[in-house]
Design a protein around this ligand. Structure first.
Ligand SMILES: Nc1ncnc2c1ncn2[C@@H]1O[C@H](COP(=O)(O)OP(=O)(O)OP(=O)(O)O)[C@@H](O)[C@H]1O
Length: 454
């Protein structure tokens, strides 16, 4: 049986007035549908009809085959009609100025004639890859923009959408919720979203149990009466009381010392507190949500966290995936954060250079969204022009030795892109080839050339 639903081949438009070269390029690549045009009119007609993702453009086109005017006019029209098209411009020897002008106008890359099919093939493959990544980012952004998400959470990843759906479901029920996830994954944002979705009328009160010295934590939580201890000059409500009728968010619950765990347990059982130095019990109706980045199960097993308290706090446990476990979210969030911070600093109109998007996609983000936000904020300040580069984000250049030439840079980028796609497709060759927008044989060739394993 033939597979009638096979994915259509990615389209490459070759704009070249030399019929011999046209033929050579037509047969050079497998895995693409090659469209050819010899002049402006037929090129633009094909662009409108077929919307190719990648175009190779010879600047010397009739009626100005020895100059560049017609080529630049075509480049301008393509980018005006379809700005996401990746245009790779061809130049003869010594045409550096034209190339720089083409890049400044928005061309994706260039190559020198005479054509080296292998080198051009790599540039073309990479252009398809970046085009596919950008299209995926736009798709995720559109999906994430479908209606308000819980607590303003930005995500397009199923792993995280599942989390927001769970939280929306449990929000109205009066159960305790424990959020488990690494630092910077958005636990506090989710807790706040849960509070908003619960429609509790009181306040959302957050306390970071790791940030407050042990000796002060009890007073912060339970409050104190005037004169209860040296320095207690006036009666003060604790965070638990402040959350009356609302939600109490206990961040880093794993850092609460054992004696205080006992007091918290008593509060959760009886729903009353006593301020330090106070004698009368005060009833408090509050929803408790807690979070930790620690391995709480191991802490319970080691008896450094009380099991009875754990069961009171963790009627529902929600695990928050790290940023690296949410495909596409790093790029999506980066764009959102770039817009947010550039606007706040009155430095609007900034976008990411292709190398920045690649670097964002390849980085593992050990500090999750918090790290991403810090890097983007810094990059907005550091970027010299409208484009934010990987170097502005302090990502790629520091991680690799100084490349010796452009070929080395491209190889490194290809290697990263292929390794990343392989990981995303879990080693599946067809899936990887699809993600990269290249054919399986081309992928095999590249993997062999770069000595990569599935
Ligand atoms: N999905 C997201 N969409 C938008 N902003 C996010 C998202 N996730 C996190 N952030 C932002 O990233 C920063 C860190 O998030 P948050 O404080 O909620 O993380 P956390 O897991 O509580 O971190 P920590 O454990 O270090 O306290 C905040 O500025 C938050 O607004």
């Amino acid at each position: 049986m033939t597979d009638s639903k096979a994915a259509p081949l990615p389209k490459l438009l070759v704009i070249e007035d030399d019929a011999g070269l046209q033929r050579q390029l037509r047969w050079a690549y497998e895995g693409y549908q090659i469209l050819t045009a010899g002049d402006r009119e037929s090129a633009i007609t094909l662009l409108r009809a077929e919307e190719p993702a990648v175009v190779t453009l010879d600047l010397g086109l009739p009626p100005d085959p020895d100059g560049t005017s017609e080529g630049f006019a075509v480049l301008e029209t393509i980018l005006a009609l379809k700005p996401d098209t990746k245009v790779i411009v061809a130049s003869g020897h010594g045409a550096r100025e034209s190339m720089l002008r083409a890049i400044a106008m928005g061309a994706w890359d260039f190559y020198q004639k005479p054509i080296d099919i292998d080198a051009l093939g790599l540039i073309v493959a990479r252009a398809f890859h970046v085009h596919a990544l950008e299209a995926e980012n736009r798709r995720l952004a559109a999906r994430a923009g479908n209606g308000p998400t819980l607590g303003g959470i930005i995500t397009g990843a199923d792993e995280m959408l599942k989390v927001t759906r769970t939280i929306e479901r449990v929000a109205p029920a009066d159960v305790s919720v424990m959020l488990l996830g690494a630092s910077g994954t958005g636990k506090e944002l989710l807790a706040r979203g849960l509070h908003e979705a619960s429609r509790r009328k009181g306040a959302f009160v957050a306390i970071n149990c790791a940030a407050i010295p042990e000796t002060l934590l009890e007073s912060e939580l339970f409050g104190h009466e005037k004169g209860a201890f040296t320095g207690a000059v006036k009666t003060t409500e604790g965070k638990i009381e402040q959350a009356q009728g609302g939600t109490l968010f206990l961040d880093e619950i794993g850092d609460v010392p054992l004696p205080l765990q006992v007091k918290l347990l008593r509060f959760l059982q009886e729903r009353v507190i006593e301020r330090i130095g106070g004698r009368k019990p005060i009833a408090v109706d509050t929803r408790v949500v807690c979070a930790t980045h620690q391995d709480i199960d191991a802490m319970v097993a080691a008896a450094t966290f009380r099991e009875d308290l754990y069961y009171r706090l963790a009627e529902i446990v929600v695990r928050i995936p790290s940023l690296a476990e949410r495909p596409g979210d790093a790029g999506l969030l980066a764009r959102h954060l770039l817009h947010k911070h550039a606007t706040a600093m009155k430095l609007g109109g900034k976008s990411f250079a292709p190398d920045a998007l690649d670097a964002i996609d390849a980085w593992q983000w050990p500090g999750n969204v918090r790290e991403l936000e810090n890097r983007v904020k810094r990059a907005v300040i550091m970027a010299e022009g409208k484009q934010v580069t990987a170097a502005d984000l302090d990502l790629a250049p520091g991680d690799a030795p100084e490349p010796i030439n452009l070929k080395a840079v491209r190889e490194a980028a290809d290697r990263r892109a292929i390794a990343h796609a392989l990981a995303r497709a879990e080693g599946n060759i067809s899936g990887t080839a699809r993600l990269l927008g290249i054919s399986r044989p081309t992928l095999y060739d590249l993997m062999r050339a770069y000595d990569l394993q599935p």
